[in-house]
Design a protein around this ligand. Sequence first.
Ligand code: FA5
Length: 340
Amino acid sequence: MIKEELININQEAEKEIESSNDLKTLNEIRIKIFGKSGSITILSKGMRDLSNDDRPIIGALINEVRSNLENKLKQKEEFFKNQELLNKLENEKVDITEPSKDCEIGALHPIARVIDKLTDICVELGFSVVEGPEVETDYYNFEAMNIPKNHPSRDMQDTFFISENILLRSQTSAVQAREMEVRKPPFKIICPGKTYRNENDSTHSPIFHQLEGLVVDEKISMADLKAMLTIIMKKLFGEDTTIRFRPSFFPFTEPSIEVDVSCPNCHGRGCSTCKGTGMLELLGAGIVNPKVLEISGIDSKKYSGFAFGFGLDRTAMILNDINNIRYFYKNDVRFLKQMK
Ligand code: FA5
């Protein structure tokens, strides 16, 4: 009798669970079976009236039905919960690519843009890009560049010293010796990066940026340097740019030159940007002094080289017609917005 009743309860409940449509109905079915006055609860209570022989048999059967229905309820419950989650995901879809209404789009800093532009031009011309430390030793910044301790040419750069032999690099030329020590000629490298000097006026900043170029090969001459710089300058400022090479002095290049470009603001006529001269000084360069090659272990009888050091802040000033270098470091959003 109880056995048949159990089979019926089981069959009925399975059907109801199967045809239920939501979690609420499922909960009502659970109460109907396992609640205080649920069918299985009542049957379980009736166990004490059974004979000693029937009790274990019916007990086992009740347990079987109980665990079967509990499983079925659990499965259906998980099904509904998954369904609910899928619906939620479908209905609450967020388009993460949609720009926010009050979100302004940023832009690269003008100096970063110059670094990218000049780097791209040089990479196209076959240069590899390298990096060097900004906190540098006196050896790489000066001594390996043929500027011994106490030499008067050190006064050309008012350097920030951290200790007697450690400093903030005053020129990206410091990477020249580092690279020459580990590379075998021929090679062509550039190193863009930050440099530091104790200078502060409208065209000098204590922190500024340079891009060093170094080419070492056999039979490198001044003609190669002039040709390379002419190509780079024209790609940077435009085909109609006039370039002027002036003799100069750097202890690490011999001969040395400085390079001026026609002012892109007035095209050589003279204006406030170029202080009326029609030209702007942009970089130092020259044929690598054989002493520098030898210090770094390169045979100067076989190899020669040229090097150049661009001032990138000045380049950015020229390209954007800015008359004070300090604007680059003020982080004034009104200025940066105009540079987009
Ligand atoms: C040098 O620093 C040499 N190392 C360049 C060089 C490299 C010569 C390789 C030969 C061979 P100079 O001190 O002139 O040279 O600096 C080069 C450029 O950096 C300058 O033309 C200028 O554009 C820029 N510059 C120098 N000092 C500052 C400063 N304080 N603020 C902004 N730009 C600066």
